[in-house]
Structure formats: structure tokens, C-alpha cells
Design a protein around this ligand. Structure first.
Ligand code: LLP
Length: 407
């Protein structure tokens, strides 16, 4: 299997930031900045700790590609046994290309198009997480053409507040996601669509959920109804949403497992999880160079087009110098070069006074929804991605070129 837990992913040694056994500074100088840097060790540890925590359920772990769909990273996860939670044909293409078997792929999304459903059926994905009765009818129509029986889960909107940022809360009544309770029960019980096999329910409550109780109450809500309505589930997909530490510490995955496992173990059905952030979030840093120091601004070469989370959600990412200094600190705003005042990576951050123009900073926790949400805004090139494994590193995505953006 592999990697020893003792290899450290990101740490300081003699005041220099290392990723595993490679000095980050050397990569920054060699490749140029900005760049995304991943630790293979961290990805493996995160996946294994998730698997281990939930092992009593022997779940299918469908890594959520939207968090980060770099092909080399997907191959690592595939080799660890991961399936895939996909939301587009692009993600289907990548999951298959990484070697993930179709029977480990689940297809979500509130707006699946006809050609997407066709292609997913053609490729034999394991199931569709269905968001409406119209979608179910469309899947049936296409399944008839293919002469195939198609597995579906109904995504329920359990009307639960996960206590996260409103943009990533998906299980509340006001959100566009899922099918209302009573409607889902009705569809489940009365399904007469000949090519549709409804296996069970899907809930995804939101992202960066800080309290295990949120899962607990959603599961209880589902199971109470299942019991009352005498529904026979074959599959229960709990989605993703497991948190990582950005600023403050979060409960370990074991606490989530402790809350969830007892509720599901007795059912003896197939359990699916769709973690994204938990696997990849803290497995990466964004390395950026200080261009200018001006008033209390630290102007760096990465901007909101490279990492949107701070600007979009007010998300906090730790920012640390590649060379640690124990000297005095100052409070500065780390901002990018984009022509918008909302282009910041960190506000009011404590940084060493010794920082100079030309020095490098690392933006931590940037692996999930970092590169995957990046854009060409201001006609800037998408960043390279580098993977470190022990004392070696390789480029797993080249920096975009100007020719690429006029193709
Ligand atoms: N399953 C479904 C159906 C989802 O919609 C999502 C994420 C996941 C699984 C994975 O969730 P995770 O384990 O990563 O929390 N851009 C936002 C996060 C959006 C999440 C969208 N759905 C951010 O940067 O925080």
C-alpha cells in the first residue's frame, strides 16, 4: 500500500518551509510563481483516515471531483480505491481517464442536460443522484432508447441548516437542491417508470460542516420517514461536507464517524460518501511572490482568478512566509494584481517586518476549490500544479500559455 504516516506534508525545517522532503523555495524559483503545490503524502493520509474512520460501514468513497480534478491527483485516489462523485461530462471524462471504474461513479447535479445523461448511461455510471421528477422522466426516456435499466437515488432536501456559508449550504428548503420530503416519498413509492430503479436517497447538506450533529439529525430525519413509510432502501448516499482546518481547529473525522456509524450500521445497506475538501483541501499550498510593498498592502502575484475563495466567501486561508522569521511582525493586507478592490487573499495578517519584495508566501489550505474555481479573468494564465512525493516533484499541469487562450 504505501506511504508511511511519519512523512510530514508541510512543515518548517531550519526556518524554511518544506513540502515533504523538498524545499518549497527551490520549486518556486525553478518553476516561477504563482503555483499550486500538492503533497502526495497528505492526499494519501487524508483518504486513508477517512476510509479508516468509516470502515465499519465499508462505504463506497466517491471523491468529489469538483474540489479538484487534476488527473494525476485522481490517479492517486483511484489507486487508493476511490470512486468519483461527478457533476459534468468533463468530470466523467477525467474520472474514467484516471481509471476509476464506472460502477464507482455517481452523477449529481441539479441541471443535467440530455446529452450528459446519454453519455453517462452509455458509460454505465453506477447511479444518478436525481433532483426532480422531470429529471427522472428524462433519464427514463433515454434509458428506454438505450434499452438499459438505470439506477437512481433521489436527492432529498431535508430542510436542515448546516450552519455554513450561505453559498455552500445546500440542504435548506430555500436552496435549489433536492426534492422536498413528501414529494420524494411519493416518487419512491409510486415509481412506475419502467427503466428506472430507485435504490435509495441522497443527501448533501453543505460544505465545511463543523458539527457532527448536522449529519446525525439529517440521517435521523431520513430514517424516521423510511421506517414510517415502510420504504426499503438499498443505498444511502450521505454526500460530502466534512470540514478541514483553515483558521480554527475542527472536529476530527472520527467524531463524525462516531455520530454517523451507529445510525447506519444496522441497516446493512450500501453507504456512499462524497468527500472533496477533506481529501484535498489541506494537501496543497498556493505559492506566490511579493511584488510590491505599499502602505499596509502586500501586493502578490496571485489574485482572485487563481484563488477565489477569500473574495467570494470571505474565506480565511492562512498565509505564511516560505522563510520563517522570528522577528517583529506587522499587520498587512495580502492582495493580488487584479483590477478589483475585492481582490484579496488575506486581510489584516501578521507577517514578519523583514519581508521584502521578491520574497515568497504560501497560502495554505488551497487544494480544494482552488485551482478548480480558477479562471482567466484579466486574461491571466492558469497556474501550474506541482506534485511532491518524498524528495521528488513533478509538474502535473503546465502553466497555461498565451496560445492556449486563443484556441
Ligand atoms: N457532493 C455534492 C453533491 C456536492 O455538491 C459537493 C460540493 C460535494 C459532494 C463535496 O463537498 P465537500 O466534501 O468538498 O464539502 N466552492 C465552495 C464549496 C462548494 C461545494 C459544492 N458542492 C468552497 O470553496 O468552499
Amino acid at each position: 500500500m504505501g506511504e508511511k504516516i511519519s512523512v510530514r506534508s508541510f512543515f518548517y525545517h531550519r526556518n524554511n518551509l518544506y513540502c515533504e522532503r523538498v524545499k518549497v523555495n527551490e520549486i518556486a524559483k525553478k518553476i516561477g510563481t504563482p503555483l499550486y503545490l500538492y503533497s502526495k503524502n497528505s492526499i494519501c493520509n487524508q483518504y486513508k483516515s477517512f476510509k479508516e474512520a468509516f470502515s465499519p460501514l465499508s462505504p463506497l468513497i466517491c471523491y468529489s471531483l469538483k474540489a479538484n480534478s487534476n488527473l494525476s491527483l485522481l490517479k492517486i485516489l483511484k489507486n487508493l480505491g476511490a470512486g468519483a462523485d461527478i457533476v459534468s461530462l468533463g468530470e466523467l471524462f477525467l474520472a474514467l481517464k484516471a481509471g476509476i471504474k464506472p460502477e464507482k461513479i455517481v452523477f449529481a447535479g441539479v441541471g443535467k442536460k440530455e446529452e450528459e445523461i446519454q453519455e453517462a448511461i452509455r458509460k454505465n455510471v453506477y447511479l444518478f443522484n436525481v433532483e426532480s421528477s422531470s429529471e427522472l422522466r428524462l433519464i427514463n426516456k433515454i434509458a428506454v432508447q438505450f434499452k438499459k435499466k438505470v439506477n437512481c437515488n433521489l436527492r432529498i432536501n431535508p430542510d436542515i441548516d448546516p450552519g455554513t456559508h450561505q453559498y455552500v449550504a445546500t440542504g435548506k428548503k430555500e436552496s435549489k437542491f433536492g426534492i422536498a420530503w413528501d414529494k420524494a416519498i411519493e416518487i419512491f413509492k409510486n415509481n412506475a417508470l419502467p427503466q428506472i430503479k430507485i435504490l435509495g436517497f441522497h443527501v448533501h447538506l453543505g460544505s465545511q460542516i463543523l458539527f457532527p450533529e448536522v449529519y446525525e439529525s439529517a440521517i435521523k430525519k431520513v430514517l424516521e420517514t423510511v421506517k414510517k413509510e415502510k420504504i426499503k432502501l438499498a443505498v444511502f448516499d450521505l454526500g460530502g461536507g466534512f470540514p478541514i482546518e483553515y483558521e480554527k481547529s475542527v472536529p476530527p473525522i472520527k467524531n463524525f464517524a462516531r455520530a454517523i456509524i451507529p445510525l447506519l450500521k444496522e441497516l446493512k445497506i450500501k453507504i456512499i460518501f462524497e468527500p472533496g475538501r477533506y481529501i484535498i483541501g489541506n494537501s496543497s499550498i498556493l505559492v506566490t511572490k511579493i511584488l510590491y510593498l505599499k502602505r499596509d498592502f502586500v501586493i502578490v502575484d496571485a489574485g482572485l482568478n487563481d484563488l477565489l475563495r477569500p473574495s467570494l466567501y470571505g474565506a480565511y486561508h492562512r498565509i505564511v512566509p516560505l522563510r520563517k522569521s522570528l522577528e517583529k511582525t506587522f499587520v498587512g493586507n495580502v492582495v493580488g494584481p487584479i483590477c478589483e478592490s475585492g481582490d484579496f487573499l488575506g486581510k489584516k495578517r501578521r507577517l514578519p517586518v523583514s519581508l521584502k519584495e521578491g520574497d515568497f508566501l504560501a497560502i495554505k489550505g488551497s487544494g480544494a476549490y482552488g485551482f478548480s474555481m480558477s479562471s482567466n479573468y484579466n486574461t491571466r494564465l492558469k497556474l501550474p500544479e506541482i506534485l511532491v512525493s518524498k524528495n521528488r516533484y513533478k509538474i502535473i499541469r503546465k502553466r497555461e500559455k498565451y496560445e492556449d487562450i486563443i484556441k
